[in-house]
Design a protein around this ligand. Structure first.
Ligand SMILES: NC(=O)c1ccc[n+]([C@@H]2O[C@H](COP(=O)([O-])OP(=O)(O)OC[C@H]3O[C@@H](n4cnc5c(N)ncnc54)[C@H](OP(=O)(O)O)[C@@H]3O)[C@@H](O)[C@H]2O)c1
Length: 245
């Protein structure tokens, strides 16, 4: 039987906070600043489930994130389970426009894998701290499919937590790679069509809808926390061929 492509990829969990009208950033794509204390705690818990955490270049740059686990109890729990205290970190930048002064390069408590199509970045290796591993893919092979495959087989990543942004999320949705979506709905609405949703801008449809089912809903400290799981894909041709017993 032909093996399903997704079995060659890690399980992808995504996490976003958004306004009640679905915006994950502002019209100028500045840091949203939505997150409550509870949201930040959950973000850390979701991170702690991953073998790796992945973001796109602009999220790392705009949000100036470290992509680490700062809570001691979560670090200890991972270690007790035989894992490194912090997951691997993964940064996606096809063009390799990376400023070594970004915060993500300042706290090197876990290795940082860069996926790029820019050969020149290898020449900049000495500008990055130890622990930064530059993976150059050819322009032709550069895609989230390839990145997911390399993460699974070269870096043994079974669970990948993606924290956006919308551009990276969209490419994951386009190849139907997302298994779980965690959303924090913050109690504010600001309208506008230039602020992105988690799949990018409002005027851009996905090739086809990706269906999820709700797994949990919780309201805490004024925000709503939702978890969705990808609905099992149907294989109509296989089921039609099944003999009826
Ligand atoms: N509310 C939330 O939970 C949340 C979460 C994350 C981000 N955000 C917000 O989202 C905004 C940033 O959005 P964004 O869509 O620009 O962020 P992004 O996806 O993090 O970054 C886009 C950049 O990442 C690289 N990239 C992403 N996907 C790629 C792919 N499939 N192939 C090749 N390169 C890829 C490219 O870098 P190069 O140009 O270097 O090639 C691209 O320009 C910020 O305002 C941030 O605050 C909000």
């Amino acid at each position: 039987m032909k093996q399903c492509q997704s079995s060659f990829w890690p399980r992808v969990i995504v996490n976003f906070s958004m306004s009640a009208d679905g915006k994950v950033s502002t019209r100028n794509w500045t840091p949203s600043g939505f997150g409550s204390a509870e949201d930040r705690r959950r973000l850390q818990e979701i991170r702690a489930r991953g073998d790796a955490i992945m973001v796109g270049r602009k999220t790392a740059e705009i949000d100036q994130m470290r992509m680490g686990i700062s809570l001691a109890d979560l670090r200890a729990r991972r270690q007790a389970a035989g894992k490194p205290a912090e997951p691997l970190r993964v940064l996606v930048s096809a063009r390799g426009l990376l400023d070594p002064r970004m915060k993500v390069f300042s706290a090197m408590r876990a290795p940082l894998l860069i996926f790029t199509a820019c050969n020149l970045l290898l020449r900049m290796q000495s500008k990055f701290p130890e622990g930064v591993i530059i993976n150059v893919l050819t322009e032709r092979s550069f895609s989230v499919r390839t990145i997911l495959r390399v993460l699974r087989f070269q870096y043994h990543v079974r669970t990948l937590v993606c924290e956006g942004g919308p551009t990276l999320m969209r490419s994951l949705l386009e190849v139907d790679a997302v298994a779980e979506v965690n959303l924090t709905i913050e109690p504010l609405i600001f309208g506008g069509c230039r602020a992105p949703t988690l799949s990018g801008l409002l005027d851009k449809f996905l090739g086809r809808p990706i269906r999820f089912q709700i797994e949990s809903i919780e309201v805490k400290e004024g925000a709503c926390f939702l978890r969705y799981a990808r609905r099992a894909k149907r294989h109509p041709r296989i089921s039609r061929a099944m003999p009826t017993i």
